[in-house]
Structures are given as C-alpha cells and as structure tokens.
Design a protein around this ligand. Structure first.
Ligand SMILES: Nc1nc2c(c(=O)[nH]1)N[C@H]1C(S)=C(S)[C@@H](COP(=O)(O)OP(=O)(O)OC[C@H]3O[C@@H](n4cnc5c(=O)[nH]c(N)nc54)[C@H](O)[C@@H]3O)O[C@H]1N2
Ligand SMILES: Nc1nc2c(c(=O)[nH]1)N[C@H]1C(S)=C(S)[C@@H](COP(=O)(O)OP(=O)(O)OC[C@H]3O[C@@H](n4cnc5c(=O)[nH]c(N)nc54)[C@H](O)[C@@H]3O)O[C@H]1N2
Ligand code: SF4
Ligand SMILES: [Mo]
Length: 695
C-alpha cells in the first residue's frame, strides 16, 4: 500500500509573466515528484510549462552547488576549493570593506536580477545596498523599453483582465511567443477560439510555435512595428473605423494624429516592414471590424532601439478604434501597477541615499571595463555581489562583459544554484537555495494574483537563501536595519499587511488573493493614468526619460535601428528558446536535448545564395565579435532575417563565445533598455569541423 502523495501549494518563481500557481508532490522532507498547475486558479487553470512540470530534474540536479567555494587558480580557470560559510562571508565582507575604504562605497556594486521573482529574496539586496551606500542599479535588461512605451500613452501599468482573452473575438499576439514564454496565454486564447470562433493573429519576424497556431501571421522585418501600427491606424481613419467620439473624450490630439497618419498608409508601411499591402489591409480589416479585439503585447518588439516608440504606437490602436471599452478588448502588457507594495522594510527605503551613483545593469560590460560615461559620476567598480542573474552570458556585448569580470582588480562574489558562466569567473561562490527551499511572496505581471511560496523541503548541502546571505553580510559589514533581524516570512507578512493586503497566514490559507481592478478601472473608463486622464498620442517623453528629445512626437516608424547594411546584411533576432528560461534550465538534460545546439535559422533564398545547406556551420559577426553556430534553413520569415533562439551558455558555442558577443549595450531612448533583437550581422559559411568531415 502506498501513502497518498502529499500535494503542497507553491508558486513558480521564474521570470515569466505567468507566475503559475503550483501544486508540488512532496515525497519527503528532501525530495519532490511532479509539479502540477493549480486547476483552481483561474489564470493558471491547471496548465504549466513542461520545464517546471519536471522541476525535480532541476532541484535535484547532481550539479547543484552545495558548498561555498573560493577560487584557487587564475580567474576563469574554473579551479575552486571548498571553504566554510563563515570563511566565505568573512572574505567577502573584508573585500567590500577594503574596496569601500580605498575607492569609496560606490566602488561596490550589488548586482541582481529576476532569477527568482520573489519580492523578499530578490529585492532584499537593495536593503544591503542602501545601508552601505553602495552603487545603485537601473533595471534595464528586460522591461525598461516596455515601461517607457506603455507609460507614454496609457500612463498606468494595468489593463483589461488577461482572463478576458477567453471572451475576445480576436487576439493579436504582438511580438511575443506565449507557446514558449507564457503558456497560459494560449489556454485563454484556445478557450476563445473553441467557444467563440475567435481569430488569432501573430506579429513576429519568424514562424514561432505561437505563429504556427495563428489564423494570420505577419512576418515583418524586425524593428518595424511602429510602421505597421501607423498603417493600421491610417486605414481605420480612412475607412471610417476611427471612434471619434471615444477619442474626443479619452485622448489628447486626435485631429493632429489623423493628419500625421495621412502620409503613413499601407504602401509606406509595406516598404518599411516588408509585408505586402494586401497583408496589411487584411489585418487592418479584421482588427477594425472586431469590437472585442485584445492585443497581448510581448517584449520582443521592444528589444529594439526604437522599442519604446513601437510599443507606444501599438497602444494607440485600441484608442483610435475605441476598443478599450469592450469586454475582451483593448491591450495589455503588465499588471505591475496594481499591487501597491510597500517595500520600505524589504528594500530599506529609509536608508536610500538619492545621491549615490546609479549604474545601468545592461551596460555591465562598459561599466566593468571602465567606459567613463557608463560609470557616471562615480569611481571604477572594484567589487560585485551577484544574485539571481548570469550576466556573463545574458548581458549584451558579452566579450566586453567577460573582459570586465577577468579584471585582476575586481573582487566578485556570486551566489548561485549552479556553476554558471558568471560563477566561473567569481572569487567566492556561495550555494543558493531554490524556491521550494525558502519562503517568499510573489506578484504576477501577466495576471492579478498575490501568492506565497513557502519552504517545502530542505535544501541540499549547506545552501542558503538570498535573505540569509544579506543577513550574514550585514552583520559583518555593520549594516543596521530592522529588516536584517526578521525572517523571510516575517518580511512577507509585514509587506503584505503594510500594503493593505491580507496577512501571510491568510494568503497561505486562501492560496492566492486576486487583486484584479474593477472593470471600469482596468478598461480605463474612468480615464487613463495621466493627470489629464487622457490617452496620449503625443506623449511628453521628457517625463519618461532623459534621452527624450529625439523621440517621435506622434506614433511613427522611428528609424534608429541597427539596420542592415552591405557589410552587415542580416537582421538577427535572439528570441527565447522554449526549453530554456534565459539561461535557467540549460543545465537540465531534457532541455538540452530538445534545443539540440545553438542554431541560426536562415531563409532558403539566403541559404541558396550563400550555397548553405541545413546543418552547415556558419560564422556570424559584426564589430563586436564573431560566433559560430549551425544553420537551419527554414521558411516563415523574410530573407535577410536570422533567428538564433537563446540563451545558450557561452560554453555551448565553439570557443566559448555566446550569442551576446554580437548584441550591443547601447542604451535605447528615452530611458535605457537592452536591444537584444536589434542587431545586424554578416554571415559566412565555415568549413565543416574535422569530426564532421571524416564521417
Ligand atoms: N521558454 C522561455 N520562456 C521565457 C523566457 C525564455 O527565455 N524561455 N524568458 C522569460 C523572460 S525573462 C521574458 S522577459 C519573457 C519574454 O517573453 P516574450 O515577450 O515572448 O519574449 P521576447 O524575447 O520578448 O520575444 C518574443 C517574440 O518577439 C519576436 N520579435 C523579435 N523582434 C521583433 C520585432 O521587431 N517585432 C515583432 N513584432 N516581434 C519581434 C521574437 O521573434 C519572439 O518570437 O519570457 C519569459 N519566459
Ligand atoms: N541574446 C539574448 N539575451 C537575453 C535575452 C534574449 O532574449 N536574448 N533576454 C534577456 C532578458 S528578457 C532577461 S530578463 C535576462 C535574464 O537573465 P538572467 O536574469 O541572468 O536569467 P537567467 O539566465 O535565468 O539567470 C538567473 C540565475 O539566477 C539563479 N537563481 C535563481 N533563483 C535564485 C535564488 O533564489 N538565489 C540566487 N542567489 N540565485 C538564484 C539561477 O540559478 C540562474 O543562474 O536575459 C536577457 N538576455
Ligand atoms: S509558464 Fe512560466 S510561470 Fe508557469 S510554470 Fe512555466 S515558467 Fe513558471
Ligand atoms: Mo526578461
């Protein structure tokens, strides 16, 4: 007789808008079995991605870090020896104290991102930072361009309930690939298709898993979404689908917009996007004719120098056509504005010194190699504490990032679950818990639930949580704040109640709290987020970021992308791979097997012209670097476009040089942001390697 399996509630902590409500089979105090999506949660609806369903492969992976390590050979040699936690924390604190005394406190840079989305474990590093007056961080690597583009027009981070997609008659997935990157969106879309015969349109440079399901796939040139959006609005005005009454009440300058768009018709957009006039007209017809049309924006089309302008242009569509008013209509990016967190205790807001230097995280390569404008007003960085991120692989211009990490006068402590490319370049490596091994609270970007993920099992070896590391360092550095004296669950509880939400015990008992705003607010019937309550076709970009002067006054194609040129004739997009989540899960054998190897998708016409066959080795390059991958000849995109699904560890590439060697850390206007999909490259065939040649 077998005992009933203990199924316990949890939350997916990964950097994914779905933030799925989970049910975990807990086998004993140390091990888990399958992970399931919670059927009772109205957004998760019982569905999660394959990666997390088999989380046992990641959490019980034999390669997990379990002991603190100290570098015992040259930087980058991969030689480490085990040390105790006390020694590791003592050495790290001593290095930080020494650097601060010699170069000033801003020479220490605590660097983090969203490897866990838990608000206490992820953001607690800021309490340590503020207490010690270390350099601050501008979080630009993922969402900055979306933030800028969404705020410009809409003015508030919310929108029509994503569950309303199930009640839409048309869902437009614009620059996202939810089949890979947030599977629950597909669940709600499938509902609408089955129940209502809803149509799905996908706007993406290549034929993604999502595009394969679509009724219409618009494979435009990367970085040209602003032109497509303008042409659709032009057609709406031209053909009598503009909702003038709605615009008069809810928008700023509709007449100026109409005049501006007169010269931005489908022929104009066709030349820029590479789509045919017929494709643009057909999409515009479908969009304009459907009241319940829901635009689900992804991040992809914003990872461009013109990304903020492009997202702003897309949010103008439902305004011109008045679709925000309808159930299942409007547009949605992220719900982060609905949670109203009071993070003062978690982040130590009371200790924040607004005069400390702020560094752009996407420019870590430029920062660590001492590029003056990237360092701002402060000193060279001489010490790093890295948590929940793998910048040596994921940050742009990675050859430069690597050079920075190899500096002999830089001390680096990396707190990690695995020996990542970044941990390999550290002086001290600390082993980290995973989400089922510590307590935390989570908000969802892609829906509206607050959830707690409690500790369910013991970690392997001596792993410690981020919060425990902050506590251990604070003690040694003399950082004083009440937050360091509390447990993670006490911080969760205090943050919940001081933000106006039920306490931790209640959230745990109820499993989640749904804080979706009322229909009228979510659909902006009471006005948009700006003081004048209007949607802004002509945004005040100066309120959004310092690099505002060159932003287009009205929605437009903003021609500042890294366009193809004779010396770099291909536009490369590094879209997310399905079985990886950034570089997380690259260590799981099943994921590696599915993704096979780093690959450049290339159009059959380009392949024929270059004499390439499927599987050939090719070299991609530009002024920043060169990378070798295998070609996959495939249709579904325009000639001149190359797709390299990402983010493979650097070590998966020949010579250990990964794809971000080609991407740029140039900050996009108006307030920075990484431009991962905005890269022009040359491509040439490589001789087969000897092993292949011998076959
Ligand atoms: N499996 C998996 N899931 C993930 C991730 C992952 O790496 N793998 N990453 C997680 C993270 S951190 C994030 S931020 C989200 C991102 O989730 P998404 O928003 O889905 O991902 P993006 O990288 O923004 O790319 C989405 C799509 O945009 C397309 N795209 C690129 N350029 C353009 C363009 O110019 N115009 C248009 N219209 N489309 C374009 C790409 O081809 C890609 O198919 O996913 C999360 N979930
Ligand atoms: N070429 C290209 N590059 C990209 C992108 C792209 O589309 N193309 N996408 C970009 C985007 S959207 C993003 S968000 C970034 C993300 O990049 P990262 O934030 O670096 O994401 P991951 O690579 O998943 O690395 C997260 C790391 O955190 C660790 N971790 C997880 N939980 C914890 C914890 O509780 N404690 C500690 N100490 N560590 C933990 C994991 O083991 C993992 O190694 O990558 C960007 N890079
Ligand atoms: S879909 Fe996203 S949130 Fe859901 S389990 Fe997978 S990675 Fe986690
Ligand atoms: Mo991201």
């Amino acid at each position: 007789m077998t005992a009933a399996i203990d199924r316990r509630s949890s939350v997916c902590p990964h950097d994914c808008p779905s933030t799925c409500a989970l049910e975990v089979e807990v086998l004993d105090g140390n091990r888990i079995g399958r992970v399931h999506g919670a059927a009772a949660n109205s957004y998760t609806a019982g569905v999660i991605c394959a990666k997390v369903a088999r989380y046992a492969d990641r959490i019980h992976h034999p390669d997990r870090l379990t002991q603190p390590l100290m570098r015992s050979g040259p930087k980058g040699s991969g030689q480490f020896r085990e040390i105790t936690w006390d020694e590791a924390l003592d050495r790290t604190a001593a290095a930080f104290i020494d650097v601060a005394e010699t170069h000033g406190s801003e020479a220490v840079w605590p660097y983090y991102y969203a490897g866990t989305m838990g608000l206490v474990q992820r953001d607690g590093i800021n309490r340590l930072r503020h207490a010690m007056r270390y350099s601050r961080q501008q979080n630009t690597i993922c969402t900055a361009l979306c933030e800028a583009g969404w705020m410009a027009g809409v003015g508030r981070f919310t929108g029509p309930d994503p569950r309303e997609m199930a009640k839409s008659d048309l869902v437009v997935v614009w620059g996202g690939n939810p089949v890979s990157t947030q599977v629950n969106v597909m669940v709600h879309i499938t509902h609408a298709r089955k129940e209502r015969g809803a149509k799905l349109v996908v706007i993406d440079p290549y034929r993604t898993g999502t595009a394969q399901h679509a009724d219409m796939h618009l494979a435009l040139r990367p970085g040209t979404d602003g032109a497509l959006a303008c042409a659709v609005m032009h057609i709406a005005f031209r053909d009598g689908h503009a909702d003038r009454a709605y615009m008069a009440q809810y928008s700023d300058v509709p007449a100026e917009l109409e005049a501006h768009l007169r010269s931005r018709g489908p022929e104009w957009a066709s030349a820029i996007t590479g789509l045919t006039v017929a494709e643009i007209e057909a999409f515009a017809r479908l969009y304009c004719a459907t009241e319940r049309a829901y635009i689900r924006t992804g991040y992809g089309f914003t990872r461009m120098r013109n990304g903020a302008a492009a997202l702003h242009a897309v949010t103008c569509l439902p305004t011109v056509t008045g679709k925000w008013r309808h159930e299942g209509g409007g547009a949605f990016w992220n719900n982060r504005g609905i949670y109203n967190w009071n993070k003062s205790l978690v982040e130590g807001w009371d200790l924040r010194d607004p005069t400390t230097r702020v560094l752009d995280m996407s420019r870590i390569g430029s920062v660590l190699t001492g590029v003056r404008e990237a360092l701002g007003s402060g000193p060279q960085v001489h010490a790093l504490l890295v948590q929940n991120t793998n910048p040596v692989t994921v940050a742009p211009d990675s050859n430069r990032v690597r050079r920075g990490f190899l500096r002999e006068d830089l001390f680096t402590c990396v707190h990690e679950q695995f020996m990542t490319d970044t941990a390999l370049l550290a002086d001290i490596v600390l082993p980290a818990t995973m989400f089922m091994e510590h307590d935390d609270v989570y908000q969802a970007g892609g829906h509206s639930h607050i959830q707690i993920g409690p500790k369910l099992i013991e970690p392997p070896g001596t792993c410690r949580s981020n919060h425990e590391v902050h506590q251990g360092l604070a003690r040694r550095l003399g950082a004083v704040h009440p937050g360091f004296a509390m447990s993670a669950m006490e911080l969760v509880d205090q943050m919940l109640t001081s933000s106006g939400w039920p306490n931790a015990a209640t959230v745990l008992e109820r499993r989640w709290v749904d804080v979706q705003p009322k229909f009228d607010d979510a659909h902006f019937l009471n006005g948009f987020g700006h003081p004048d309550k209007k949607f802004h076709f002509a945004p005040d970009w100066s309120r959004i970021g310092p690099d505002h002067a060159r932003m287009p006054k009205l929605p437009d194609h903003f021609a500042i992308i890294d366009d193809a040129a004779p010396s770099r004739p291909f536009r490369m997009v590094t879209a997310p791979a399905r079985s990886f989540l950034n570089t997380s899960f690259t260590e799981v054998p099943q994921s590696q097997k599915r993704e096979h190897r780093p690959t450049a998708m290339i159009h059959p016409d380009d392949a024929a012209r270059l004499g390439l066959e499927d599987g050939d080795r090719v070299r991609l390059g530009n002024e920043r670097g060169e990378v070798v991958v295998h070609a996959h000849v495939i249709g579904g995109m325009q000639p001149g476009v190359i797709i390299v699904e990402s983010v493979w560890p650097n070590a998966a590439f020949e010579g250990g040089i990964g794809i971000n060697a080609l991407t740029s850390d140039e900050p996009a206007p108006p307030m920075g942001g990484a431009v991962f999909h905005d890269t022009s490259v040359w491509l040439r065939a490589e001789a087969a390697v000897l092993a292949d040649a011998a076959e």
